[in-house]
Design a protein around this ligand. Structure first.
Ligand SMILES: Cc1cc2nc3c(=O)[nH]c(=O)nc-3n(C[C@H](O)[C@H](O)[C@H](O)COP(=O)(O)OP(=O)(O)OC[C@H]3O[C@@H](n4cnc5c(N)ncnc54)[C@H](O)[C@@H]3O)c2cc1C
Length: 290
């Protein structure tokens, strides 16, 4: 199918893009990698009168550390996450997730900003960023605000971004000390969306107990899920089978999968439990605590 008619804008600066968003508001849609938006437009699920292509804007595609934080530009492609030495060395959960997103063609074009704003409960980066306690930077022509991922994710395909705002950056507090994380994805075949996937990370304190835990769940609810109670159950515990099995059980309770072509509700819930336990075990190994 062909998309409905639209006017195409290709701003070359952030200020120009923000001015266009301020002018057109609800009538406009931002085009990043186009891997979700273009299919939606072709199916006429989206029919923006104004399309604002942000691909020519410079300065939105860096992965760097500053002031004790990791900063990822909204236009960073999935494949940039895959090939980043910084992520491979210090942010194993993101590094593990990136190569499991879609296929090489989609990874070449799809962006982290587009993936997060799309708010697909089957999106991999949403749960990674929930587990990482990430914040997103939203800019408009009148200012900037920083929003925690827990407030950014509102519902299925719905974020808290305003029509006049552009997501410009993702910020994550850099880990210190003994730290590990991973992303486990169960998929029917390579390149498929997750049947179930789990993002897990751990920080181990000087006394050998868990000082920070992050758990995000993919494809098992109306949104990506932050398994807060399971995270909290780990704090102060000695890393090991008992603590990880308990966290897996609590995370499974926080999930609300549905039966579909990828599996039954009971199977998916069970896999949340198994993958959270395995993911935490791997995170502890990487942190040198197992
Ligand atoms: C065949 C196929 C398989 C896929 N498999 C997976 C998978 O396994 N896992 C997975 O996570 N994803 C998967 N995807 C989705 C893919 O990761 C998309 O790239 C991603 O969801 C959207 O990113 P994008 O840059 O293409 O965004 P676009 O399609 O350009 O935009 C998506 C939405 O976000 C908005 N938007 C984009 N950027 C911004 C911004 N900076 N500020 C404000 N709004 C913005 C757009 O207006 C639109 O509403 C798949 C896609 C395809 C086509």
């Amino acid at each position: 199918m062909l998309p409905a008619r639209f006017e195409y804008h290709r701003p070359s600066t952030l200020e120009e893009a923000l001015a266009l968003l301020a002018e057109h508001g609800d009538d406009a849609k931002v085009l990043a990698g186009g891997q979700s938006l273009i299919p939606m437009m072709k199916l006429r699920f989206a029919a923006p009168a104004q399309l604002i292509d942000i691909n020519r804007i410079e300065g939105l595609d860096a992965i760097e550390e500053a002031d004790g934080e990791l900063h990822i530009g909204a236009l960073v492609r999935h494949n940039q996450l895959v090939s980043s030495d910084l992520l491979a060395s210090k942010y194993p959960m993101i590094a593990a997730a990136a190569p499991q997103i879609a296929d090489p063609l989609v990874r070449n074009l799809g962006t982290i900003g587009g993936s997060l704003t799309h708010c697909d409960p089957s999106g991999d980066l949403g749960s990674v960023m929930l587990a990482a306690n990430a914040r997103v930077v939203l800019r408009s022509s009148t200012g900037e605000r920083e929003v925690p991922m827990t407030d950014f994710v509102v519902s299925t395909f719905q974020s808290s971004i305003e029509p006049t705002e552009l997501l410009t950056q993702i910020r994550i507090t850099s880990p210190t000390g003994r730290y590990g994380g991973t992303y486990l994805k169960l998929e029917r075949k390579i390149g498929d969306y997750a049947t179930v996937a789990t993002a897990t990370r751990l920080m181990i304190g000087d006394d050998g107990t868990i000082s920070l835990a992050g758990i995000g769940l993919t494809s098992v609810g109306l949104t990506n899920i932050k398994a807060t109670a399971a995270e909290e159950s780990l704090i102060g515990k000695t890393p090991g089978d008992d603590a990880f099995a308990e966290a897996g059980r609590i995370a499974a309770e926080a999930s609300s999968p549905v039966t579909d072509v990828r599996g039954s509700e009971a199977y998916k819930r069970h896999m949340v439990e198994v993958y959270v336990r395995r993911g935490l075990t791997r995170a502890a190994e990487l942190a040198g605590a197992a």
